[in-house]
Design a protein around this ligand. Structure first.
Ligand code: FAD
Length: 266
């Protein structure tokens, strides 16, 4: 149970309190909520970072900058950023949550069913933390819990798409994935495929990426589905059996990859 709440007046103060055991509190829609409590229990001490002016969405040259305190609704409404990210923010089912939940909290929570993390990974986003820049991929993959100040997204070359699947608009997803590809000379030269809902953390499907770039997995839809099924490890839970989740993810991720390949190769 929460015993102590502090409102940080500077980034330094927030970081010092965090070192003393205070958990960062942004929108607060996840920090105290089951399922997916980060350390298996509710934090006793929190430091609110909501007064630190970490929001704001802007462009720097061709790069996109999104403050960690930007809400998911800010992102869904912004015309400064790639459409795919706006769309992914809109996957979070209701405006009340989107108005409070932040992008920093979404990545910080590292939920396996995050709607934003796959897209940020696919876009090659970097989390600028108080300890320096780190790719969203590395931040989510490891134990890094340093304060994220903002996200930097490189210029969008090629094309990027995100997908979600849930049994109802409000239900938790069984599929949350994104892919990015760049083609040159009639062939896919680079690819990223990131999937949530298939492992304890959102993961890159690197074997699939290699198979796309080599062209092998673009030859047959069936081979692509089988390869995706072999690369993912969903767990059975109230949303579905392992078999169902493997099936639905392999079909939809294969569709995503095929559709994107057609788009960049046309
Ligand atoms: C009804 C409902 C439905 C939801 N559905 C989804 C869903 O489908 N998919 C999904 O991904 N989430 C979902 N969420 C969870 C949550 O809303 C999001 O993950 C949200 O983006 C978290 O943001 P927040 O600002 O509220 O984070 P908080 O709850 O404040 O924090 C979450 C975690 O991130 C850390 N943190 C916060 N800010 C930072 C920062 N700047 N740097 C580093 N760490 C930080 C905190 O310490 C904490 O561990 C849902 C929540 C609710 C209430």
């Amino acid at each position: 149970m929460m015993q102590d709440y502090k409102l940080a007046s500077s980034i330094e103060e927030a970081v010092e309190l965090n070192k003393a055991g205070y958990v960062f509190l942004a929108g607060g829609t996840q920090v105290n909520r089951s399922p997916f409590l980060k350390h298996g229990h509710r934090p006793e001490k929190v430091v609110s970072i909501s007064g630190l002016d970490l929001s704001g969405i802007s462009r720097e040259g061709n790069e996109f900058l999104i403050g960690a305190g930007a809400t998911l609704q800010d992102i869904a409404d912004s015309h400064l950023i790639p459409d795919v990210l706006r769309r992914a923010a809109g996957f979070i089912p209701n405006r009340s949550v989107r108005n409070i939940a932040t992008i920093g909290g979404n990545v910080g929570a590292k939920r396996p069913d995050s709607y934003l993390i796959p897209t940020l990974m696919a876009l090659g986003a970097v989390a600028e933390t108080v300890a320096g820049p780190v790719s969203v991929n590395e931040y989510v993959d490891g134990d890094n819990e340093t304060l994220i100040i903002r996200f930097r997204i490189p210029p969008l070359e090629g094309a990027c798409r995100a997908i979600k699947e849930s049994r109802s608009h409000q239900a938790l997803p069984v599929v949350s994935a994104a892919a990015w590809m760049r083609a040159e000379g009639g062939a896919v030269k680079e690819a990223v495929v990131a999937a949530g809902c298939v492992a304890p953390r959102t993961m890159r499907l690197r074997e699939i990426e290699e198979g796309i770039v080599s062209g092998k997995l673009l030859e047959s839809g069936q081979a692509l589905e089988v390869a995706v099924a072999g690369a993912i490890h969903p767990e059975e839970d109230i949303l579905g059996s392992r078999e169902y989740k493997t099936y639905i993810n392999s079909v939809l991720i294969a569709d995503l990859v095929r559709g994107l390949a057609e788009e960049v190769l046309k």
